[in-house]
Design a protein around this ligand. Structure first.
Ligand code: BV8
Length: 237
């Protein structure tokens, strides 16, 4: 992998699986316990806000019980040492990348630890619950705060920045994602069309595996550190 300067990395639930956070589509996964349309759509929130707020309160509490794993740590190490361009685009709404130390990071589907007031449109760091309809710290309105999460049918965040980085990239790497949800699942084809080299690091072939130039399959805590170490060794020549 010579003359690689700018890298875009997409991560999904698989990178947090070994930290003890359920993925979506695995047996017993999140979407096994709840129908997506019952908990992760604006319609669901309008229809049964209690169910949706309880679902996200449970997950917000859960991520505060777990810690980053060797895959998160390896990407933070890469972020700290890579001289070229780097952007980690995560579909995950947990804060494990940040806690591992990653800085060049973007949450395209939002964050559990943010609450969004629909009355004044302010977002607030939030590690408590929302089911008790707390008042907004900015406007004081009660009962208008929702999880700052991109639900199905809603536009993901910072898409322009993502496409700009993809267009400038030399390498696109997808880690721990099934390639089932768009627009994230379309990034590999966008990259290919730009002549960008593409690599999949996943436990098993994803739905878009055939679009990648190269794929390495195995647990993220084994595959990701090995890939990062090789890249940094190459950089130090
Ligand atoms: C939008 C936040 C329009 C919520 C999420 C084109 C074609 C078809 C459908 C669509 C399309 N375009 C849009 C759609 C509709 C929809 C969609 O894609 N539907 C799918 C189901 C067909 N997309 C949307 O609605 C998007 N919005 O299009 O808006 C718009 C346009 C203009 C203006 C306004 C609106 C919004 C999508 C975002 C929804 N929110 N998350 C929450 O977290 O509760 S998506 C959520 O699901 C995740 O963020 C992630 O994106 C996805 C789950 O996928 P993964 O992370 O990959 O997890 P999964 O469990 O599936 O797979 C885990 C993988 O890891 C597996 O491959 C496994 O093998 C691997 N693994 C497991 N363990 C390990 C491992 N790998 C390594 N190591 C391990 N140990």
């Amino acid at each position: 992998m010579t003359n690689i300067r700018n890298i875009v990395i997409l991560t999904g639930a698989g990178i947090s699986a070994e930290s003890g956070i359920d993925t979506f589509r695995s047996a017993g996964g999140l979407w096994e316990q709840h129908r997506v349309e019952d908990v992760a759509t604006p319609e669901a929130f309008a229809r049964d806000p209690e169910l949706v707020l309880r679902f996200y309160d449970m997950r917000r509490a859960r991520i505060q019980e777990v810690v980053p794993n060797a895959a998160h740590d390896a990407l933070a190490r890469l972020d700290a040492s890579w001289h070229g361009g780097l952007l980690i685009v995560t579909q995950n709404v947990d804060d494990l990348h940040e806690r591992a130390g990653a800085k060049r990071l973007l949450h395209m589907h939002g964050e559990h630890l943010n609450a969004w007031c629909l009355s004044c449109d302010e977002r607030h760091r939030w590690n408590g619950t929302l089911i008790d309809r707390p008042a907004c710290p900015t406007c004081g309105t009660s009962g208008q705060m929702r999880p700052d999460i991109v639900w199905f049918g809603e536009m993901p965040y910072r898409m322009n920045e993502i496409y700009t980085a993809l267009n400038r990239a030399d390498l696109f790497v997808s880690i721990g994602t099934s390639g089932a949800v768009y627009p994230a699942a379309g990034f590999v084809r966008e990259a290919r069309e730009q002549g960008v080299r593409t690599l999949e690091l996943n436990l098993e072939p994803s739905q878009g595996s055939h679009w990648f130039d190269e794929a390495r399959h195995g647990p993220a805590t084994e595959v990701v550190p090995g890939w990062v170490d090789a890249l940094l060794r190459q950089q130090s020549g």
